[in-house]
Write a protein that binds this ligand. Structure first.
Ligand code: ASP
Length: 310
């Protein structure tokens, strides 16, 4: 058998935040654990799940244990996973109480006839699958979220208010969604992503992350993509699928990615970042936000991790 050299890429979100040492170490660990799976011959989809679990479990990112709260004080998380071998996919939206939403998504993919489970039934499904739980938000955290809600007059346009507050330096951006893409020794691709959503979002808001074709896509014949950035814009252009389609039509990862990021900015003023991996192992990481924490490893030397890519 002609084994391929595996590749793995991970991200910890696109936004304005400067990556700190703990986040950098965690991204490194996610690359190492994901790559170890690939090295022992596991499929790409397993490596992606493992890498994302490291990020979710750390509590350092806006995913899994570190997820932000919605304006009513609830913690509702989204995740998705796609296998480029056969285009199987699994996703959850607004799942609560789970430490590893990416594993809930994997169970949806492996054990149901569906692609996406949402809300309370998704939470019940996670419990049924015995995915590790996390404690509900503390009273103090809920109180802070509710105070934020009152400030924003609850049902107003929360995203533009959030941006205004960020610009005024009154709020830390909560953008640290996580994701991964991988290529295994057999030449199979996979993609995944997991998030607590956008900071100060209305209860029930669902972004791009659990939407196959918007937040993630993987097809062995085109490529694998994991998105981060403003979900409301990413969904409207179905960004992940458009990047993969362009690669399937012959574009190299960087060209496909740059084209779609420009389209997102020009047409709807959207900002985002992405991991893009081609079937031949070529890859690209780029963003139109000021920063994006991410890393890649092909098994040679040390993993590369940074919070700016161009
Ligand atoms: N894309 C995520 C969402 O809109 C947020 C992010 O990537 O920062 O839910």
């Amino acid at each position: 058998m002609n084994a391929r050299k595996p590749v793995i890429l991970v991200h910890g979100g696109a936004g304005t935040g400067v990556m700190n040492a703990a986040e950098e170490a965690c991204l490194r660990d996610a690359l190492a654990q994901g790559y170890a799976e690939l090295e022992r011959g596991a499929p790409a989809v397993r490596a992606v799940e493992i890498a994302i679990r490291v990020l979710e479990g750390s509590g350092l990112f806006n995913a899994g244990a570190g997820s932000v709260l919605q304006l009513d004080g609830g913690r509702r998380m989204d995740a998705s996973l796609m296998d480029g071998r056969d285009l199987r996919a699994g996703a959850v939206a607004a799942v609560e109480g789970s430490r590893y939403p990416i594993t809930v998504a994997r169970h949806v993919m492996d054990e149901t006839d569906h692609v996406l489970l949402a809300g309370k039934p998704a939470t019940r499904f996670a419990r049924y699958c015995r995915i590790e739980r996390q404690a509900p938000p503390t009273a103090a955290a809920r109180k802070a979220a509710l105070a934020g809600a009152r400030k924003l007059a609850f049902a107003s346009k929360s995203w533009s208010l959030l941006q205004k507050m960020q610009r005024a330096g009154r709020l830390q951006a909560a953008c640290e969604t996580v994701g991964a893409v991988a290529l295994d020794q057999e030449g199979n691709l996979a993609a995944g992503a997991s998030t607590g959503g956008a900071g100060l979002m209305l209860p029930g808001r669902v972004g791009d992350t659990p939407q196959v074709g918007s937040g993630v896509y993987a097809d062995n014949e085109g490529g694998a993509v994991s998105m981060t950035g403003r979900g409301e814009a990413i969904i409207r252009i179905a960004v992940a699928k458009e990047i993969v389609d362009r690669m399937e039509a012959g574009a190299i990862p960087n060209r496909a990615l740059q084209f779609v990021l420009r389209k997102l900015a020009d047409r709807i003023n959207g900002t985002a970042g992405a991991l893009v991996l081609a079937p031949n192992g070529r890859f690209a990481i780029a963003h139109t936000t000021p920063r994006m924490s991410a890393g890649h490893w092909t098994g040679k030397g040390r993993p590369i991790i940074a919070d700016r890519f161009r």
